[in-house]
Design a protein around this ligand. Sequence first.
Ligand code: SGN
Ligand code: CA
Length: 532
Amino acid sequence: MDMREKKLQTVLLVFLSILLFTACQEEKKVQPPNIVFIMSDDHAYQAISAYGHALNKTPNIDRIANEGALFTHGYVTNSICAPSRAVMLTGKHSFVNGKVDNLQEFDWNQDNFAKQLQKAGYETAMIGKIHIDGLPQGFDYSNVLPGQGQYYNPDFIENGVKKQYHGYCTQITTDIALDWLDTKRDKSKPFLMLYHQKAPHRTWMPEKKYLKLFENTTFMPPANFFDNYENRPVAAEHEMGIFEHMDLVYDLKMLDKEEQLQTKYRRFAQNMYNRMDSAQREAWDAHYDPIIEEFKSMQLEGEELALWKFNRYMRDYLSTIQSVDDGVGEVLNYLDEQGLAENTIVVYTSDQGFYLGEHGWFDKRFMYEESFRTPILMRYPKEIKAGTVVDELIQNLDFAPTFLDFANTNIPKEIQGESFRNIVNGKSDKWRDAIYYTYYEYPGEHNVQRHHGVRTDRYKLIHFYYDSDTWELYDLELDPSEMNNVYEDPAYEEAREKMHLKLNEIRQKYGDSDEQDQQHLKRFLGKKNLQH
Ligand code: SGN
Ligand code: CA
């Protein structure tokens, strides 16, 4: 090659590099990531196989973590449905966005991340459970369940218009999501789809094909199933015990034709049963009738009854999750088939955690780990390495800013959460050292006192107030199951003082105060009075 040829070659190479660089920049500009945000309701991390518990197998949900990241310390800020969703949408704590409990109204006129993405040119959809009244704002398309929704033949509200669907809610929600992806959205735009399942919310009604899935499995309850709540007087007041409060007919489907099992919520069980058509009832009865008969003949009591109830609960609860997992598989397959997987962020999470027998419980609400924590799995092949594990204290407060960050749009300063983009892609290890929690729905179902608290990687300090003035401190390293309240233990004096300072600091940081707690209480009691 002579000098002239060499020069020409260099010029060409430089030219090609510039072209490639500009093309990449262009691609960055024109191709913000799509976002599929999957949320289920009351899905305990203990019931996702990627978290290493052996209760069930969730291969499709696991795929998200295997091909992306698993968050081992994902938390909510307020462990109850509608408030959790309001935090997720706004990126603001409950006491700032106003939706502190399931009863208060949510002001849709305030900003949310879907509105921001719409402004940035995204096509947006909200599908499934939202549990917040009013037409969802920030969405070009919405098709949502009214309130809690129904497992069989559910009503949906499509862009403000109510209609009933025939079939099983989890599958219907998936079908609506796939239909929106395939035929309804404007394909020239990046998209945001909130695909939110009702399952596995109470009363855990399985899909026909999964009725028998766990029938031959015997589940061992957690080690603290027979908790005596020593040192924890507030926990002792609970009304969420599998043994004491789980309704045999309503929760555990013992709706006997002879009407001998008369329980508090029998009539609600009857209503749910009446919603089914004759084919659905036939499959249902073929499964449950022999179990009802056997149950009646056994005359169980005490510990035996507790374990029987626990097993029935597990079988139904886990079966409903299998349908959720199928739906995730269908959506992931669609992304693959359409060549969308590479440029789409997929997140799987729940509106909070759930007790699967820990402390003898079902339900959530408490700041104890099983309900404070929530599963978070995330895939984005362009930026997240397969097999990433995130141990930082992430909260649902952080979803809104994180999505806006990935979409390269502005994060409004009112947002209190922080983007964890640089944590999940490994570019930074700078992160917060404490998270804040609030819970307000008392007096109310399941009888969990109002409380707030702070958690660091090692300790948790909780203050129960209103009908109680109780402090709890846990050393999570030595006592991960939170059985030993060391608040009064002299050995923990230093830790206690430090955690008190942390709590004051974090309440100030986010703008919470005792005065606000009092205002929420007044509003709550006013609303309750109106309802009765
Ligand atoms: C319903 C359930 C409760 C549950 C709340 C809140 N009872 O009221 O067990 O704690 O929802 O759940 S039920 O008899 O209606 O099933 S949340 O996830 O929506 O916050
Ligand atoms: Ca929930």
